[in-house]
Design a binder for this molecule. Structure first.
Ligand code: NAD
Ligand code: DAU
Length: 336
C-alpha cells in the first residue's frame, strides 16, 4: 500500500510515520508537510530512509495532487494545532484546517482514494461541566468554542459531507490530548517538563482545575491503525484513555513529584479566554467494534516522556531558543 501522511513532520504525524513504517515495512510512505514552526525534520530524521518527504502546503492543489498521486490511503494530520495561537491569530487556522482539508478532499475524490482518514479532536464537542461524570460519544452534538476547535469542527463536517455527497470512503477519529516524544514545547506537558529541566516555573492557567484526558501518542497511532484496517467507511471513532480523571493541577503535581520538584515550581497565571472546563470521551465504540484499547497507563507514559525530554535536550533546546522566545514572551510575559 502507498500511504500519504499529511503533517508527518509534526508531533503525532511523526510518531505515526515511525509506528507505521516499523509495523508495515512493506508499505510506501509519503509525508507532505509545510514545515511550519511546528514541523521539524528532526522529528523524522531517524526514519528518513523509510519515507519520501515532500515539503509543501496542503492548501496548494498541484502540490497535493503530486504528493497524493498513486496513493491508496491518506492519513491527514496537518493542521494548526495550538489553542492559544488560535486565540491570538485565528486566520491561519481557517486557512490550513478548513481550506487545506478541503483541498485534500477535492484531490482525494479526483484521484479515487480508497481511504481518507481525518485526524480530529475531542475539542469539537465543546466542554463538559466539572460537576458531572458525563462522557461524550460519537453521537454527541458539536459545540466548538475556540477558533482552533471551530476550524477542526468545520473540517470534520467537510470530510463527512464528502462521504455523504460524493461517496468518498472517509473515516474520522476524534482523540483526546496526546503526550509523548516530539510534543512541541508550547503544549502543557512538554512546556512543563522542559521548563522544569531548565529550572523554570510551570505556568498554570486559572486555578488549574480544568480536566483533560491524556493518551500516550503511540496508543493513538495504534487506534488509527485499527481504524484503517478494520473501520467502516463513513464512520467516526473516538480515541482516548477511557476512565481517567485528572485536573491540570493534579497532572503537573504528578510531574513535579516524578522530577523531584515541589510546588514552588508552579506559577498561577491569567486564564485562557473561553477555557474549556472538561473533556471526556467514551471509547466504547472503538473498543467494541475494532478491539482497540489504550495500553499505556498515565504514570508510565509520563515517566517515558520525562525520560525522553531529559535525554533529548538536543531536540528541544534549539526550538526553545529560536522564534519560540518571542511566542513565550507574548503568551506569558517575561515569566519563566
Ligand atoms: P503539530 O502542530 O505538532 O503538527 C502539525 C504539522 O502540520 C506540522 O508538522 C506542520 O508543519 C504541519 N502543517 C501545518 N500547516 C500545514 C499546511 N498548511 N500544509 C502542510 N503541513 C502543514 O500537531 P499535532 O499535535 O501533531 O496534531 C496533529 C493532528 O492531530 C492535528 O490535526 C490535530 O488537530 C490533531 N489532534 C491533536 C491532538 C494533540 O493532543 N496534539 C489531539 C487530538 C487531535
Ligand atoms: O484535546 C485535544 C487537544 O489537546 C488537541 O486537539 C490540541 O491540538 C492540543 O493542543 C490539545 O489542546 P489543549 O488546549 O487541551 O492542550 P494544551 O497543552 O495547550 O493545554 C492543556 C491544558 O493545560 C488546558 O486546559 C490549558 C492548560 N494550560 C496550557 C498551557 C500551554 C496551562 O494551564 N498552562 C499552559 O501554559
Amino acid at each position: 500500500m502507498k500511504l500519504l501522511i499529511t503533517g508527518g513532520a509534526g508531533f503525532i504525524g511523526s510518531n505515526f510515520a515511525r509506528y507505521w513504517t516499523t509495523q508495515h515495512p512493506e508499505d510506501t510512505v509519503v509525508i507532505l508537510d509545510k514545515l511550519t514552526y511546528a514541523g521539524n525534520l528532526q522529528n523524522i530524521a531517524d526514519i528518513a530512509t523509510r519515507v519520501t518527504f515532500v515539503q509543501g502546503d496542503i492548501c496548494d492543489t498541484e502540490t497535493v495532487r503530486q504528493a497524493m498521486s498513486g496513493c491508496s490511503t491518506v492519513v491527514h494530520f496537518a493542521a494548526e494545532s495550538h489553542v492559544d495561537r488560535s486565540i491570538a491569530n485565528p486566520d491561519v487556522f481557517i486557512q490550513t484546517n478548513v481550506l487545506g482539508t478541503h483541498t485534500l478532499l477535492r484531490v482525494a475524490r479526483e484521484l479515487d482514494i480508497a481511504r481518507f482518514h481525518h485526524v480530529s479532536t475531542d475539542e469539537v464537542l465543546g466542554q463538559l461541566p466539572l460537576e458531572t461524570n458525563e462522557r461524550w460519544d460519537e453521537n454527541s452534538p458539536y459545540n466548538p468554542r475556540s477558533p482552533y476547535s471551530a476550524s477542526k469542527a468545520a473540517s470534520d463536517h467537510l470530510v463527512r459531507a464528502y462521504h455523504t455527497t460524493y461517496g468518498l470512503p472517509i473515516t474520522i477519529s476524534n482523540c483526546a490530548n496526546n503526550y509523548g516524544p516530539y510534543l512541541y514545547p508550547e503544549k502543557l506537558l512538554s512546556l512543563a517538563i522542559t521548563n522544569l529541566l531548565e529550572g523554570k516555573k510551570v505556568p498554570i492557567y486559572g486555578a488549574g482545575d480544568q480536566v483533560r484526558e491524556w493518551l500516550y501518542v503511540e496508543d493513538h497511532c495504534r487506534g488509527i491503525e485499527a481504524i484503517l484496517q478494520k473501520g467502516t467507511a463513513g464512520e467516526t471513532y473516538f480515541i482516548g484513555p477511557g476512565e481517567q480523571r485528572v485536573t491540570n493541577l493534579e497532572l503537573i503535581q504528578k510531574v513535579l513529584g516524578m522530577m523531584g520538584k515541589n510546588e514552588n515550581s508552579l506559577e498561577f497565571v491569567a486564564d485562557r479566554p473561553g477555557h474549556d472546563q472538561r473533556y471526556a470521551l467514551s471509547i466504547a465504540k472503538i473498543e467494541r467494534e475494532l478491539g482497540w484499547h489504550p495500553t499505556v497507563a498515565l504514570d508510565d507514559g509520563l515517566q517515558r516522556m520525562i525520560d525522553w525530554y531529559s535525554t533529548n535536550d538536543i531536540w528541544w533546546k534549539p526550538i526553545k531558543s529560536g522564534d519560540y522566545k518571542k511566542y513565550y514572551a507574548q503568551q506569558y510575559g517575561t515569566r519563566g
